[in-house]
Design a binder for this molecule. Structure first.
Ligand SMILES: [Zn+2]
Length: 335
């Protein structure tokens, strides 16, 4: 189970996040669940990376950010899902290299490729010791890893329309955990490991999540039958939780374990750099749009380099001109 100090952090974090969830309708695990996954993952990194645990509150706070980026960035929604049926029947063959689309985002979803791309950026930020940027990218990849463990993010029948379960997406991932409250926690995640082949690993998560859609849809059928089809009632949600909590709890615990492995792998590949205390705050803006939101430290460093370059160039001009002047003075006048 999570530690007591984690619980304290969680309470502090969950209140504002729950408020946000109630205010906006978002897709993906509810914001509170993304916070739970990111925080548990940060606590689950190996001892040699233990300084990363101090980042837990920050990573939890920003775990839901990518869902809000969807409003302004048309390329964002597809990063959160993949319709596996587009790639045949089980075992699905997902191509590692996809040619970029001419006209925007891939309708079938881009979650696995988004994770690969974001992982490269996380490793690079850690290698450059840009911990402000690393925290932002780590929170985002946490979201994408979390979403690939949500079975309904891996299917074309993501909202149950094909099977008479319309609306199940929001009911299962946002409304149910909100109604049952503190029971939706990460329990005993597997220890983090170094991932030697991330692409295969991501494929494994998705392939394991996909068949669980059937369990969720079946739980919805039974809960609707038991509640006389009153999907707004507390009884319906109680029944839905009763019949699908094993899937729910297992998937959020696996998401936390796999995410801690992802962060650990990025850190090892970056050369195990020393991790400083976390920044006090990070931006909630998209890490993809413009890719301009550099850390204040990075901006200062670049500014300082520019000033030094100007001073250096000016110094060089002074030295060269004084050498020429001296030479001219030493040259004997022509006869
Ligand atoms: Zn999402």
């Amino acid at each position: 189970m999570v530690t007591i100090s984690m619980q304290k952090h969680r309470i502090l974090i969950l209140f504002p996040l729950l408020f946000i969830c109630m205010t906006f309708s978002v897709s993906g695990w509810g914001g509170a669940i993304h916070a739970v996954i990111n925080e548990a993952a940060a606590q689950n990194v190996p001892e040699e990376m233990s300084a990363w645990r101090a980042y837990a509150p920050l990573l939890a706070e920003h775990g839901a950010d990518p869902d809000f980026w969807k409003r302004d960035d048309p390329a964002e929604p597809v990063r959160h899902f993949i319709d596996l049926e587009h790639y045949g029947t089980p075992p699905f063959e997902i191509p590692r290299n996809l040619s970029p689309l001419k006209n925007g985002a891939r309708r079938e979803g881009e979650a696995p490729w988004a994770i690969m791309d974001t992982m490269e950026r996380l490793t690079e930020a850690m290698r450059e010791k840009d911990w402000y940027q690393a925290a932002r990218i780590a929170a985002a990849i946490g979201h994408y890893v979390g979403d690939t463990h949500q079975p309904l993010h891996c299917t074309v029948n993501y909202d149950g329309y094909q099977t008479g379960n319309a609306g199940i997406h929001l009911r299962w991932e946002v409304q149910m955990p909100r109604r049952i409250g503190s029971a939706a926690t990460v329990t005993s995640p597997e220890p983090a490991v170094y991932i030697t082949n991330l692409w295969n690993c991501v494929n494994g998560w998705i392939m394991e999540a996909w068949p669980l859609c059937a369990n969720i849809l079946q739980a919805d059928n039974e809960a609707r039958w038991a509640s006389r089809n009153n999907v707004e009632s507390q009884y319906y949600f109680f029944q839905l939780w009763e019949k699908s909590q094993d899937v729910f709890l297992r998937q959020i615990s696996r998401a936390a374990a796999d995410l801690s492995s992802v962060w650990y792998t990025a850190w090892v590949d970056a050369g195990r750099p020393e991790i400083p205390p976390p920044p006090r705050q990070i931006s909630s803006a998209s890490i993809h749009v413009g890719r301009a939101a550099r850390s204040p430290k990075e901006e200062n460093r670049k500014g300082a380099i520019a000033v030094l370059a100007v001073i250096g160039a000016a110094g060089l001009i002074i030295i060269i001109s004084s050498v020429f002047k001296q030479r001219r003075q030493n040259t004997p006048p022509a006869k």
